[in-house]
Ligand binder design. Structure first.
Ligand code: SAJ
Length: 403
């Protein structure tokens, strides 16, 4: 039996996937409300294919509880925030989950950490917990997740995976467990290498997006079309530039690279600058809004609306969302009044928030497309007669502004 600890964005789909592939799974989370919701037969966030997977897992007998289980294999999938000041990973949730597991884990149990941690964290923060608790019999493993919100179910099944273990045999055992559902290749390596690969993958993407954002700024400065330029460059067989945007959100690409900056401040220069470039994008958009308002002789900020509150398209996740960052920045500049709307956010989370696209558009003259949800792509005709700042180059109408 596998006890999955932490039933959030990664733990829940992983637990469901294993259960629906014949593995006996019990999911544990200390959040009672979350467990109650799951036990009522409801999922806790929206994700393509998750409800179907949930049904399959329930049929296969998955259970949810706040109790830690006595078993031979644990998977820990709890958040790893970063300290905003030092930029270092904050492993407090992982450490506390590990301590809870150690209270019940039998001798020789396998403890798999899926949470993203910076290289060396398991050695520096987790192994000492085992030593203090006299539990060096426990087999630590790192199996970083790689799934992308919006396509999690597919990617859980098809992505390649990395398993880091002290001993090859333990690594191979864990590989067999993941192979119960994972059709990708599973590489077994050591723990620190596994930790580093995960952070490097997200850093690669962050740096590439920062490069695209920097190009957008250069092109804006000299009136060139960044999208056309990137499109042509990407036709070169060895060039693959990502897309500029209003900022980088989510709990991965906008967070993990900071771990390297925090741990290697004098070495991680490109990464540091890239993260600053990405973090500066919401302010860049705010400046673009001001420029366009001036050009259009528009003075009333309350007639401007931000489309999209989530960190990216077609998900309901708002963590580190560029729109929220832009709204905070606006408040700091004492220029409140921007309106906002997102089809995925039904609760009121910001001031002047609308809950229907039509009402939102009726209340504004100038729409800023912050998120490329399918909804807006399918309703481009509703944007006619509006001033449009399209931060993703998805609106094909005359006179559209870009970042
Ligand atoms: N973004 C751009 N330009 C692009 C692509 C993305 O500005 O060309 C922005 C998005 O709008 C969003 C942010 O970047 O705000 C991050 O979105 P994303 O879709 O690039 O990635 P995440 O954060 O949803 O998921 C990433 C993935 N990592 C990589 O692709 C290397 C995923 O595979 C990881 O599992 C996940 O991080 C994680 O949990 O670490």
């Amino acid at each position: 039996m596998i006890n999955v600890i932490g039933l959030g964005y990664i733990g829940l789909p992983t637990a469901l996937m294993m259960a629906s592939h014949g593995v006996e799974v019990i999911g544990t989370d200390y959040n009672k409300n979350l467990i109650t919701t799951l036990n009522m037969g409801k999922t806790t966030f929206k994700e393509e294919g998750l409800n179907e997977l949930f049904k399959d897992a329930i049929c296969a007998g998955i259970k949810f509880t706040t109790e830690y289980q006595i078993t031979d294999t644990y998977i820990v999938s709890v958040p790893t925030p970063y300290d905003k000041f030092s930029k270092k990973v904050d492993a407090c949730y992982v450490v506390s989950a590990v301590k809870d597991v150690l209270r019940v884990a039998p001798k020789g149990a396998i403890l798999i950490i899926e949470s993203t941690v910076s290289p060396g964290t398991i050695e520096k923060s987790i192994r000492p917990v085992l030593e203090t608790e006299n539990r060096t019999d426990i087999n630590l493993v790192h199996a970083p997740e790689r799934i992308i919100p919006g396509n999690m179910v597919y990617e859980l099944l098809h992505n390649n995976r990395t398993i880091g273990a002290d001993e090859k045999t333990i690594g191979e055992n864990v590989k067999d467990l993941y192979a119960s559902f994972c059709q990708g290749e599973i590489v077994v390596t050591d723990i620190k290498t596994a930790e580093m690969t995960k952070v490097v993958e997200n850093t690669f993407r962050a740096v590439n997006i920062a490069f695209a954002n920097e190009l957008a700024k250069i092109c804006r400065h000299d009136n060139m079309d960044v999208y056309e330029i990137i499109k042509i460059c990407n036709m070169h067989p060895r060039v693959n530039i990502l897309q500029p945007g209003p900022g980088v959100g989510g709990h991965c690409i906008s967070v993990d690279p900071w771990f390297l900056v925090g741990d290697y401040p004098s070495l991680a220069k490109v990464i540091d600058e890239s993260m600053k470039t990405n973090d500066g994008m919401p302010d860049f958009v705010l400046n673009r809004i001001c420029e366009i308002m001036k050009e259009k002789d528009m003075f009333d900020i309350t007639r401007v609306g931000l489309y999209g509150l989530t960190y990216k398209e077609n998900v309901d996740d708002m963590r580190e969302s560029p729109t929220l960052q832009l709204l905070e920045s606006q408040e700091r500049h004492l220029a409140m009044g921007l309106k906002a709307y997102d089809p995925y956010i039904t609760k009121d989370v910001v001031k002047n928030q609308y809950h229907s696209l039509e009402a939102f558009l009726n209340a504004i003259d100038f729409v800023v497309v912050m998120v490329k949800h399918n909804e807006i792509k399918e309703n481009v005709s509703m944007l006619k007669n509006k001033i449009i700042l399209d931060c993703h180059n998805i609106i094909n109408l005359p006179g559209v502004y870009h970042i």
